[in-house]
Design a protein around this ligand. Structure first.
Ligand SMILES: [Zn+2]
Length: 53
């Protein structure tokens, strides 16, 4: 039984600087899926995503 590959991700909005700490799952191609949609400031594209070990 393999454990789910969960990872902690910090998403920072490049527009307003708001930071979100989320838990995601590593999907295909090394992308992490967090289900994060958009920032409070309506930005839904311009983010800096940082994976935490
Ligand atoms: Zn924002």
């Amino acid at each position: 039984m393999a454990k789910q590959d969960r990872t902690k991700v910090i998403i920072r909005c490049k527009l307003c600087g708001e930071r979100y700490t989320l838990r995601g799952r590593r999907g295909t191609q090394g992308l992490v899926e967090t289900g994060f949609k958009q920032c409070l400031c309506d930005n839904d594209q311009d983010f800096e995503v940082e994976e935490q070990p």
